[in-house]
Design a protein around this ligand. Structure first.
Ligand SMILES: Nc1ncnc2c1ncn2[C@@H]1O[C@H](COP(=O)(O)OP(=O)(O)OP(=O)(O)O)[C@@H](O)[C@H]1O
Ligand SMILES: [Mg+2]
Length: 296
């Protein structure tokens, strides 16, 4: 009787990938497939509650803060993908419950409305259109497609504006939330708290989730376990406490670097035919192509 290898250490998607030739498996690993880990699940749970929240006069909002590379944009994209536009048969219209945009460049009321219109898929407005025109079109479309949650990434960019510009943008966000009864979700680095804090009334509506750098605890172990379950290797990778500490150290506590280390180790494990990440490989691993380290 031929022995079938156990795949109990993998997610169904990773098991499927095991059928692919080594080259394709390695490619799949480097493609940034979404991995659900407990901390992300907790954050997504909080965000999903916003979508389910009835429309009230004071909509709850969430701010998610974390250093660069902590996985904010990945979370945002996942949240949007979980709530795609869909046809509402009762109303006979297409609904977009979650709309996302990035706060880029110098902030301003006009720019914010132009970005909103772009996120809504509308053609760029004429440069002669007044701010009031832009506001009216944005409100009309946001209302028509039933946006419930407006997500803004890189919200710390508000701070690039003058004090007056910052106030205007925050006012606009508060106005949109009130007028359309929608929740706001803001992602940004720690300075974003200061940005939102510029409008006390707005800041009061925000619950905060902090994506702190990882430390040597059960939450970090759970992150590593989740990543390992998603890596299509034939053998389970059982890492010692020492390896976990080393991983944490080379990653400097950043989600992006933990993913990168484990992904690169997995590609190496496929190339060598070892088909598992070993303590020894973790010990040897250094972030070779790390631009930051190279220029430090
Ligand atoms: N849930 C996840 N699944 C898979 N890969 C992830 C996940 N979260 C983070 N990563 C990895 O970490 C990298 C950085 O994540 P992301 O771009 O979301 O960070 P960020 O917090 O938005 O950083 P910045 O503030 O610089 O924009 C991703 O490109 C991806 O490689
Ligand atoms: Mg980002």
């Amino acid at each position: 009787m031929s022995e079938t290898p156990s795949v109990a250490h993998l997610t169904p998607l990773a098991v499927e990938l095991l059928r692919e030739p080594p080259g394709r498996r390695s490619r799949a690993i480097l493609e940034e497939r979404w991995v659900l880990y407990p901390r992300a699940k907790h954050a997504l749970g909080a965000l999903n509650r916003l979508v389910a929240h009835p429309r009230t006069t004071r909509m709850p909002s969430i701010a998610i803060y974390g250093d660069s590379g902590m996985g904010k944009t990945m979370l945002m994209e996942r949240f949007c993908a979980d709530h795609p536009a869909c046809f509402d048969p009762e109303a006979g219209v297409e609904r977009t419950p979650v709309l996302a945009l990035q706060m880029a460049g110098k902030p301003g009321e006009r720019r914010l409305y132009v970005q909103l219109l772009a996120a809504l898929g509308l053609p760029p407005p004429s440069s002669r259109a007044s701010v009031v025109d832009l506001e009216q079109s944005a409100l009309r479309v946001l209302r028509a497609i039933g946006v419930q949650v407006l997500v803004i990434d890189e919200v710390h960019n508000i701070l690039a504006g003058s004090h007056r510009e910052q106030r205007v943008v925050l006012n606009t966000l508060r106005y949109l939330s009130n007028e359309l009864r929608l929740s706001l979700v803001c992602f940004g680095v720690a300075e974003a708290r200061e940005a939102i804090g510029g409008d006390v009334q707005l800041a009061r509506r925000f619950d905060e989730i902090s994506l702190r750098r990882w430390s040597a605890d059960a939450e970090f172990e759970a992150l590593v376990a989740s990543i390992l379950r998603n890596l299509p290797l034939r053998e389970p990778s059982l890492l010692s406490a020492r390896s976990l500490r080393r991983l944490l150290q080379v990653a400097d506590g950043l989600t992006a670097r933990v993913f990168r280390a484990l992904n690169e180790l997995a590609v190496e494990a496929i190339a060598s035919g070892r088909e598992q990440i070993t303590d020894e490989a973790v010990e040897r691993w250094t972030p070779l192509g790390d631009a930051e380290a190279a220029f430090a």
